[in-house]
Design a binder for this molecule. Structure first.
Ligand SMILES: Cc1cc2nc3c(=O)[nH]c(=O)nc-3n(C[C@H](O)[C@H](O)[C@H](O)COP(=O)(O)OP(=O)(O)OC[C@H]3O[C@@H](n4cnc5c(N)ncnc54)[C@H](O)[C@@H]3O)c2cc1C
Length: 453
């Protein structure tokens, strides 16, 4: 087994961070002035801005607009080494992180490997209803959506054509709402006049959710506004409906009035999430247990019980010390936790204690269309254009590099004026093109380089 030991700094304490997402990256950056050696391990060479994945999935932005190479971000930070490797497990007794090919020794370990979607025990649905978490997911969804219009254009049977033009989104949370709004604009405006045999605006976009309203964690008035805005874009909302089966050509729903079959060739998954399997691996090694969402319950200082030098952050962690309810899986939680652990590591080196982590809630927001959104900031609720401006400002600011901020702003301004979506490329193998929902091709698109359109 190869030992990875890349950092050349003379500082003795070695902090190993697993994951260069929101939590891991902000932790690494916050340790820039702390005399420690830092190794950041990620299986991807880039930091991904997941909140804008839906834009890639609907052709509004290119993958490179929302992903930034980790080495580039950390170029100027001499105490950090980046290792491109898959972490497969941990040897806690030996203070080692286990890699696909080798291991890394640590003094302090911070695990921030995020989460994946959960199919509630129906993993077989994954190939039929891709979720949105990675660049590959987004380009796969983009391929399926665009191919559905292409297939409808050449389909002569009206029932089959209608199925190609029916898009079912499972989950009415922020991701489902954002996908549906963006897809409705693509069908109703961007693709207008581009086809000869179909009218893309005839597309049916259906959001299905088991609960009684979309954005159910938002205040009721904003859920209502969101539903109205989606309806005005032509999106149908089916709340109180549970998906019981997904087939290549249909979705089965259980509703108050019975079972219903919806003929569709495109199902997108925007429902539950499950922590990275590394949480279970760490639980096994530390004698702990994960919660129902696969997350690790952590101490008020983000460490694992009985392991003061092992920390877990972000979507993998269940932090319930403020009001008994676990903090939500959102970027500000991961970012603040990353910065907190950096402060704690720095304080420990100076022999200082650190008060428990306290989350400062900056609010929440979701966009519904190109100039409509909802936002909750403190006790204030915003809707419509003003909420969209807030959303735009916050998201641009959060993008890691100035270059990406500028690119995204220019693309959006252009898209806003013209309704155009310039990243509408269908990529994939010939087989994938003839079979949009092909299981063989899911997750293996060659469209992985972050510098492609
Ligand atoms: C579609 C979508 C939209 C979202 N929209 C919003 C939003 O609008 N606002 C908001 O606040 N939050 C949003 N979120 C949630 C937010 O992105 C997450 O809460 C946040 O990314 C969690 O940060 P993290 O550091 O825990 O994990 P992540 O940011 O997911 O980072 C995990 C990192 O670990 C790496 N990794 C995973 N496993 C391994 C392994 N075995 N070996 C090596 N590396 C590994 C990954 O490559 C990744 O870089 C959204 C999420 C999604 C999926």
């Amino acid at each position: 087994m190869k030992g990875v030991n890349q950092t050349r700094s003379s500082a003795s304490q070695h902090v190993v961070i697993v994951g260069g997402g929101f939590g891991g990256l902000h932790l690494a950056r916050s340790l820039s002035k702390t005399p420690v050696r830092v190794t950041l391990v990620d299986r991807r060479n880039f930091h991904l801005f997941q909140p804008l994945l839906y834009q890639v999935a609907t052709g509004g932005l290119s993958p490179a607009n929302i992903a930034t190479p980790l080495r580039g971000i950390l170029r100027g930070q001499k105490n950090v080494s980046v290792v491109l490797e898959e972490v497969t497990g941990f040897d806690v007794a030996g203070s080692r992180v286990l890699l696909n090919d080798g291991h890394i020794d640590f003094d302090t370990l911070v695990v921030a490997a995020g989460a994946r979607h959960s199919y509630f025990g129906h993993d077989e649905w994954e190939t039929l209803a891709p979720g949105l978490k990675t660049i590959e997911d987004a380009t796969e969804i983009r391929r399926r959506i665009l191919m559905a219009f292409e297939a409808a254009e050449v389909e002569e049977n009206s029932d089959k054509r209608a199925a190609w033009l029916t898009f079912v989104i499972v989950g009415g949370g922020p991701t489902g709402v954002e996908l549906a709004g963006s897809l409705a604009e693509l069908a109703g405006h961007t693709l207008k006049r581009e086809f000869r045999n179909i009218n893309p605006a005839d597309a049916r976009i259906i959001i299905v959710d088991a609960v009684d309203r979309v954005l159910h964690v938002y205040p009721e008035d904003l859920s209502k506004v969101t539903a109205e805005s989606l309806n005005s874009l032509g999106v149908t909302i089916r709340t109180g409906s549970i998906v019981t089966d997904i087939q290549p050509d249909s979705v089965f729903l259980k509703t108050a009035s019975g079972t219903e079959k919806v003929a569709t060739r495109t199902v997108l998954w925007a429902a539950g999430v499950q922590a990275s399997p590394l949480a279970a691996a760490l639980a096994e090694q530390t004698g702990g247990a994960t919660d129902r969402a696969g997350r690790l319950p952590i101490q008020p200082d983000m460490s694992l019980p009985g392991h003061p030098d092992i920390f877990v952050l972000g979507d993998m962690a269940s932090y319930a010390h403020h009001d008994g309810k676990p903090l939500p899986g959102v970027a500000p939680v991961a970012i603040q936790q990353g910065r907190y652990v950096a402060r704690l590591i720095t304080n420990r080196l100076c022999g200082r204690s650190t008060p428990s982590f306290r989350y400062q809630n900056p609010g929440m927001m979701a966009t519904i269309g190109r100039s409509s959104a909802v936002a909750v900031l403190g006790r204030h609720h915003f809707r419509g254009f003003i909420a969209w401006l807030i959303w735009l400002f916050v998201h641009l600011l959060q993008l890691v590099q100035f270059q990406n901020r500028l690119l995204v702003l220019v693309q959006w301004a252009w898209g806003y004026l013209t309704w155009n979506r310039s990243a509408r490329l269908i990529t994939g193998s010939a087989q994938a093109l003839s079979n949009p929902a092909s299981a063989e091709n899911f997750g293996h698109s060659p469209d992985l380089e972050i510098n492609q359109k």
